[in-house]
Design a protein around this ligand. Structure first.
Ligand code: HEM
Length: 218
């Protein structure tokens, strides 16, 4: 859930078009899964197990948005694009919004707000434990997503904290992997995308550091 506060080198250079439709476009696109679920619920076409279907669609939307938010920095590192950085915070917050509704549906509709049953589920079903851990990690990231938080924590500390988004996404992919019992292609695909995004960050940063060291020596 990294915010928009960035070192000056990554900000939009003056004179470039401001892409005013970018943020509204992201919000409108991200509202699509919720709207589709609402329509299907209203027309009674959520299938034999509407609660499970609702949980799965909300969970998937949360994971997709989280992975999209984590793709913004690698997109800049690989292609030099700066526009994804301007929607990174929105993507992260939308992911947390979907994850929160996902958890709310689980608590209220799936578990009838029975706190003892929920605690037992979290303790005894590894896939629920992984989902709960992912959700808990997302909360401080959403809370500190504002520019004021970046200033309060200092950029370096804030950036270290927001690397937890990778751990949250990895736990969410594990949650998905442990939920599906037969075809694990989709969760493994998300895990592979996450690993690739992390690898891009590490490799590009390491090669830049080595380049700087060589330039310093030369
Ligand atoms: C306390 C936290 C969480 C709980 C209790 C929880 C619970 C569940 C449950 C019960 C299901 C399966 C529904 C069914 O098939 O019967 C599910 C599926 C899923 N959840 Fe969660 N979840 C949590 C957090 C998260 C978070 C944080 C994410 C993502 C960021 C997430 C992503 C998913 C995904 C991707 C699926 C499977 C979607 C599919 O099969 O298409 N969950 N979750």
């Amino acid at each position: 859930m990294e915010g928009t506060a960035e070192p000056a080198s990554t900000r939009r250079p003056l004179g470039r078009p401001p892409l005013p439709w970018l943020k509204p476009g992201v919000v409108a696109g991200a509202a699509f899964p919720a709207a589709s679920l609402a329509l299907r619920a209203a027309s009674g076409t959520l299938g034999a197990n509407p609660i499970a279907e609702t949980l799965n669609q909300l969970g998937l939307a949360a994971l997709v948005l989280l992975v999209a938010s984590l793709a913004c920095t690698p997109a800049r590192l690989l292609f030099g694009w700066t526009w994804p950085l301007r929607i990174r915070r929105e993507l992260g917050l939308l992911a947390v919004a979907y994850a929160s509704i996902h958890v709310l549906v689980y608590v209220v509709l799936d578990q009838a707000a029975n706190l003892a049953a929920i605690a037992e589920d979290v303790a005894e079903r590894p896939f629920i434990t992984a989902g709960a851990a992912a959700f808990v990690l997302l909360l401080p990231l959403a809370y500190t997503s504002t520019n004021a938080s970046v200033r309060r924590l200092g950029f370096a500390r804030w950036q270290r904290l927001h690397r937890l988004a990778y751990a949250a996404a990895a736990l969410a992919a594990l949650h998905f992997l442990w939920r599906v019992k037969v075809d694990v292609t989709q969760p493994l695909l998300y895990a592979a995308i996450l690993a690739a995004l992390l690898a891009v960050r590490i490799i590009v940063r390491r090669s830049r550091r080595q380049g700087n060291t060589r330039a310093g020596e030369g």
